[in-house]
Design a protein around this ligand. Sequence first.
Ligand SMILES: [Zn+2]
Length: 226
Amino acid sequence: MSKRTMIHRLRPSVLRTRGAVVAAGMGAVMVVGAGAGVASADAGTAVKPLAANAASAVAAQAEAQASAAAKAAAAKAAAKKKAAAKKASWVKPVAKYTLTASFAQGGSMWASKHSGQDFAVPVGTPVKAAHAGTVVKAGPNGGGDGPAYGNAVVIKHANGKYSQYAHLSKINVKIGSKVKTGQTIAKSGNTGNSSGPHLHFEIRTTPNYGSALNPANFLRSVGVTI
Ligand SMILES: [Zn+2]
């Protein structure tokens, strides 16, 4: 208590503001303490030394309650902020990987330029939804985009972007599935036109092949560095 009192004495304006808010807001909780406080304060007009003691005791109690309430409010606000940030955030589609072919890289593997980012991972690695959304493609033949992709999933996100996951060995979701950020949607594999076990990952502006953006740049724009 003494430590708290000292801290508050150093910042009287903050204390006064907090005290006022808590006194106004804590109604029922304050009844016992407040009753005693009011009685003491009235008595204080007649008996000065007692009033001083009582007043400081009441003040200390109010400070303690104000401090606890302020702490609780701050914790609640922090938790809410954290939850909001978590909800809005994007994640990497695989946790541990080696980056191999990058976006727009040329090579004999692709009809034109490479349309995504490759993450070399062992077959069976959990593949996670980079962000919450709704599955719009899931299945062999690239989910309809062509046999080069093997088993693939495409997820539609609220920001109008689509993420695509290809060469999968196993798919855990269906068209229409609602997925959460970071939810395991598949196991990585080596299906389709693949030079070895890896996840091929795209960010698209439509559900379809041909609308891919640079996924590394996109992820960086939402705070994820691969
Ligand atoms: Zn690829």
